[in-house]
Design a protein. Structure first.
Lengths: 628, 154
C-alpha cells in the first residue's frame, strides 16, 4: 500500500524538516544535520534535505514531509534518521512506524493530505507555511510570489488596489476587525508627507503564535502584502514591529527584506516604477500594551510605549505625527492572494460580514495542538472535535477561550456558534488575533479569570486610573475567592468594577480587561458561588480549597508517596496504611501522581470530609490482582 | 567589566546607528546583549552620546520588561507563563524552579549562574509548559524534569 515506486536514483526526492520554534525545541536542527550527513555518506543521488517554517501541527513535532509523495512523519528523533534514509530515501519504502496515527481510529496515515487536522483546513494565509524554505526568496517566487506586487504596479492604480481590497471584505486580523481597504483609503486621502505603513507583529496575546509562524514560515508573503499596502496608500517608509521574544522571526524577516531589496522589490524605484518604499524592522522589548497601535508608534519613536487617546487616529496623526496605518501580519499576508485571485473569490469564502479565513493557535487541553486556518463561519465544535481531535485523557470539555486577555470563555452550549467577528462578540468574547485555548473539567474558571487579570494588571501601563487601579482591585477580589476567602458581595462588586473599567479606560487594554471575568461570571457563575458559599472548587484546582486523603481500604503501605512528599507530611510504615498530616500538606498533588495506578489509594476532594484514620494502621486491603 | 571597557562598548554600539532618539530601544537591546544588563555608567554614557536626558533613558529602560538594571546570571531562564502553558501546569514548574534555585522569580542566584524570569508565550504552546534557558527550548516540562534540565548548565 505505502510502497512508493522504486527510485533507482532517478527520482528526485526532498525531505523537508520543519524548523518552526516548536519543532526546533524538539531538536529539529540536529535532525536536519543528521539527515544531511547520512544522505551525503550514502551518496544518495537526487535526494535533497531542506527545511521549512512551521507546519502547524506542533503537537506531532518534530515533523518532516517527503515530497513529491507527500509522506508525513510525526515525532521524528535523531535516532530515526538512519531508518528514514535507508528505507525511504534510498529504497523508496516509507517508514510506517513514524506515520501519524489518528487519535480516534488508531489508523496510521501516511499522507499529509489525508490527515484530518490538515484536510479540514482551508489555508490562504498559511498556504506556504511548511511547504517552502522561508530563507530563499526563489522558493516564494516559484509559487507565484511577488506576481501580485507586479500586477499592482503594472496594471493597477493605487485606487484600484484599494477598491479591490475593499470589495474583498478583508477585515483586520489584529482583533478589532476594521475593514482593511477603508483604513488604506483613509491614509491615501490623508494630507501630509511622508506616510508610514506599519506592520503589527507584536503578537501580545499570551498563548498565541499565528503571526510568529507566518513570519517564520513565509516571511515574503508579509513583505509582499506590505509593499502592496504601501503602494496603495502612498507610503514611502515602513516598519515591521516584532516582539523581541521571537528571535527566529526577526532573523527571517530581516533576511527576507535583504533578499527582496536585492531583487528590486523593495527600495527605490521598485520594479522600475516610480514607487519607492523603505522597510525597517523594529524589535519590541516585552510590553503587551505596545501591540496597541498608538503605544506601538510611541515605542518606534523611542519612547515609553504608552497609548494615547484617539482621535486623532493614526491616519491623520500617527508615527512622528505623520499620517500612518497599522495592519496585523495576517491582514497583510492575505493581500497578495486577494490580488492574485480576485476580490470575488475571496469574498465567496466565509460569512456575510466576516469574509475569508481565520487563523487560530489551537492550544490548551486539546489533542491536536497547533496552528489552523479555517473559513470564517465554521462552528467551534468542528474546530475542537474534528480538527483538534477533542480533549485528551477522557476528560470533559469545559470552555473555550478566544481573544486572549481581551476575550472571554465560552461554555459547551456555544459550541455550535459560528466563528466570526459578530457571533463571538455577541457571546461576550471576541475574535481577537487568533488565540484559542481549550479548557477541560480540571480547569478552574475563577483561576482562568484570575490568570488573565493578573496578566492585564501587570501589563497595564499605568497611564489611566480605571485600568491601573481597577484591574488591581478586581485581581485582589479574584485572588481572595481562589484562596477561599470570597465574600458574598464579591460577585456584584466584580460586575460593577468591570463595568466601570470598561467605560473609563483610555485604551482597549483596559476597556477589554474585564472580559475574562465578565464572561466567566456570565457562564460559570455557579463556580464562583461554590467557591464563595461552600468553600468548594468544583475543578479541584484551588489549593486552599482542596485536600488529599489516602484511602485506608486501598493503601498497601508501599511507601512511594511518603518518599516523594516534599514536605514530609505523610506518615506510615511498611504494610501500614499511610496518613497525610493535613497541617503540613501543601496540596502539591505529588502523592496522587506517584501512587501506583493499581492501588489508586489517593483521592483529591474539595469541601468534603473523607473518613481516614488519624494514625497509620495495619494494611487490611487485599492485594489487587495484577496481570504481571 | 571595567568602566573604561564599558564606555568603549557604548561608543561602538552608538557608532552603528544614525543617532536620533528613535534608536534608543535598539541601543538598549545592543548594550544588554553586550553587558548582560544595563549598567548605570553605560546609561550615563548613552545619555551623553545620544544627547538625550538620562531621565528619558531611564523612563524607557524601566518601562520594558526585556531590560534589566541589575546584573543577571550567565544563564537566563525564562519560564513561560502564557495561557497555554498555564493551563498545562506551568505554575508548578515555576514553583519547583524557584525551589531548586533558591530564588524568587526576577532574581539571580548569588553565584551569578542563573537568573529566573517569566515570559508570556514564546510561541511553542503545543509543547507547553515551556522553559527557555539561554537559547535552548525545553518543552513539556514537569516539576520532575526541572532538576535534570538544570544539570545541563554550569
Ligand atoms: C492592548 C492591545 C494589544 C494589541 N495587540 C495587538 C497585537 O499583538 N497584534 C495586532 O496585530 N494587533 C494588536 N492590537 C490591535 C491594534 O491596536 C490594531 O488594532 C491592529 O494592529 C490593527 O491591524 P488590523 O486592522 O490589521 O487588525 C492590540 C490592541 C490592544 C488594545
Ligand atoms: S503559552 Fe507558553 S509557549 Fe505559548
Amino acid at each position: 500500500m505505502t510502497e512508493v515506486k522504486s527510485n533507482n536514483g532517478n527520482k528526485q526526492r526532498t525531505i523537508y524538516i520543519c524548523q518552526g520554534t516548536g519543532c526546533v525545541s524538539g531538536k529539529a536542527f540536529e535532525i536536519t544535520e543528521a539527515l544531511k550527513k547520512a544522505v551525503a555518506e550514502q551518496g544518495l543521488q537526487g535526494v535533497n534535505t531542506d527545511f521549512t517554517g512551521c507546519h502547524g501541527f506542533c503537537e506531532q513535532g518534530p515533523v518532516a514531509i517527503v515530497e513529491p509523495e507527500g509522506i508525513f512523519y510525526a515525532c521524528v528523533t535523531v535516532a530515526d534518521v538512519p531508518e528514514i534514509v535507508d528505507s525511504h530515501l534510498r529504497d523508496g519504502k516509507p517508514v510506517e512506524r513514524l506515520f501519524y496515527k489518528d487519535p480516534v481510529s488508531g489508523e496510521a496515515i501516511p499522507h499529509h493530505k489525508d490527515i484530518k487536522f490538515y484536510n479540514m483546513q482551508q489555508r490562504i494565509i498559511l498556504r506556504n507555511c511548511g511547504r517552502l524554505n522561508p530563507e530563499r526568496i526563489e522558493d516564494y517566487m516559484a509559487t507565484g510570489g511577488y506576481e501580485s506586487l507586479k500586477k499592482c504596479l503594472k496594471e493597477m492604480t493605487p485606487e484600484q488596489v484599494i477598491e479591490e481590497v475593499k470589495r474583498s471584505g478583508l477585515r483586520g486580523r489584529g482583533g478589532a476587525g476594521f475593514p482593511t481597504g477603508m483604513k488604506w483609503e483613509f491614509l491615501r486621502n490623508a494630507v501630509g508627507e511622508p506616510k508610514y505603513m506599519i506592520c503589527n507583529a507584536d503578537e501580545g496575546d499570551p498563548g498565541a503564535f499565528m503571526d510568529r509562524s507566518t513570519m517564520e514560515g513565509d516571511p515574503h508573503t508579509v513583505l509582499e502584502g506590505m509593499i502592496i499596502a504601501a503602494y496603495a496608500t502612498g507610503s514611502s517608509e515602513g516598519y515591521i514591529y516584532i516582539r523581541a521574544e521571537y528571535p527566529l522571526a526577526v532573523k527571517r524577516v530581516r533576511l527576507a527584506i535583504q533578499q527582496s531589496e536585492e531583487k528590486g522589490f523593495l527600495g527605490d524605484n521598485i520594479m522600475d516604477s516610480d514607487f519607492s518604499f523603505q522597510l525597517h524592522v523594529k524589535e519590541g522589548a516585552g510590553a503587551f500594551v505596545c501591540g496597541e497601535e498608538t503605544a506601538l508608534m510611541a515605542s518606534i519613536e523611542g519612547k515609553r510605549g504608552m497609548p494615547r487617546s484617539r482621535p486623532p487616529f493614526p491616519a491623520t496623526s500617527g508615527l512622528w505625527g505623520k499620517p500612518s496605518n497599522i495592519n496585523n501580519v495576517k491582514s497583510l499576508a492575505t493581500v497578495p492572494v486577494i490580488i492574485a485571485r480576485g476580490a470575488d473569490w475571496y469574498s465567496s469564502i466565509g460569512t456575510e460580514k466576516s469574509k475569508g479565513t481565520c487563523v487560530f493557535a489551537l492550544t490548551g487541553k486539546i489533542a491536536n495542538s497547533g496552528l489552523i486556518e479555517v473559513p470564517m463561519g465554521i462552528p467551534l465544535r468542528e474546530i475542537i472535535y474534528e480538527i483538534g481531535g477533542g480533549i485528551p485523557g477522557n476528560k470533559n470539555f469545559k470552555a473555550v477561550q478566544t481573544g486572549g486577555p481581551s476575550g472571554g470563555c465560552l461554555p459547551e452550549s456555544y459550541l455550535d456558534q459560528s466563528v466570526d467577528y459578530e457571533s463571538l462578540a455577541a457571546a461576550g468574547s471576541m475574535m481577537g488575533s487568533g488565540g484559542m485555548v481549550v479548557l477541560d473539567e480540571e480547569t478552574c474558571m475563577i483561576d482562568i479569570a484570575r490568570y488573565f487579570l493578573s496578566f492585564t494588571q501587570a501589563e497595564s501601563c499605568g497611564k489611566c486610573v480605571p485600568c491601573r487601579v481597577g484591574t488591581k482591585q478586581m485581581l485582589d477580589i479574584l485572588e481572595r475567592i481562589c484562596r477561599g476567602e470570597g465574600r458574598h458581595e464579591d460577585i456584584d462588586l466584580l460586575q460593577e468594577l468591570g463595568k466601570q473599567i470598561t467605560a473609563g479606560s483610555l485604551c482597549q487594554l483596559g476597556q477589554t480587561a474585564p472580559n475574562p471575568v465578565l464572561t466567566t461570571l456570565r457562564y460559570f457563575r455557579d463556580e464562583y458561588e461554590a467557591h464563595i458559599n461552600e468553600n468548594r472548587c468544583p475543578a479541584l484546582f484551588c489549593a486552599n480549597l482542596i485536600s488529599f486523603y489516602i484511602l485506608p481500604d486501598k493503601c498497601q503501605g508501599c511507601g512511594i508517596c511518603l518518599r516523594n512528599c516534599p514536605t514530609e507530611a505523610i506518615v506510615g510504615d511498611k504494610r501500614m496504611v499511610h496518613v497525610i498530616n493535613q497541617e503540613k500538606c501543601v496540596k502539591c498533588g505529588t502523592c496522587l501522581e506517584v501512587c501506583p495506578e493499581r492501588f489508586s489509594a489517593v483521592v483529591k476532594v474539595s469541601a468534603e470530609e473523607v473518613d481516614v484514620p488519624s494514625e497509620p494502621i495495619p494494611v487490611t486491603a487485599e492485594k489487587p490482582q495484577t496481570s504481571t | 567589566m571595567e568602566v573604561k571597557e564599558l564606555k568603549e562598548k557604548v561608543k561602538q554600539v552608538l557608532q552603528k546607528y544614525q543617532l536620533d532618539e528613535s534608536v534608543l530601544v535598539d541601543i538598549l537591546h545592543d548594550i544588554q546583549a553586550e553587558c548582560g544588563y544595563l549598567p548605570k555608567e553605560v546609561l550615563e554614557e548613552t545619555s551623553r552620546g545620544l544627547g538625550v536626558p538620562l531621565s528619558r533613558i531611564y523612563s524607557v529602560a524601566t518601562f520594558f520588561k526585556a531590560f534589566s538594571l541589575e546584573p543577571r546570571g550567565r544563564h537566563l531562564i525564562h519560564v513561560c507563563t502564557g495561557t497555554a502553558c498555564h493551563v498545562r501546569g506551568t505554575v508548578k514548574v515555576l514553583e519547583k524552579m524557584e525551589q531548586a534555585l533558591g530564588i524568587k522569580t526576577g532574581e539571580t542566584t548569588s553565584d551569578l549562574k542563573f537568573t529566573l524570569e517569566t515570559v508570556n508565550c514564546v510561541g511553542a504552546c503545543a509543547l507547553g509548559p515551556m522553559v527557555i534557558i539561554g537559547e535552548n527550548y525545553h518543552g513539556e516540562m514537569t516539576p520532575e524534569t526541572v532538576g535534570p534540565v538544570l544539570e545541563n548548565y554550569n
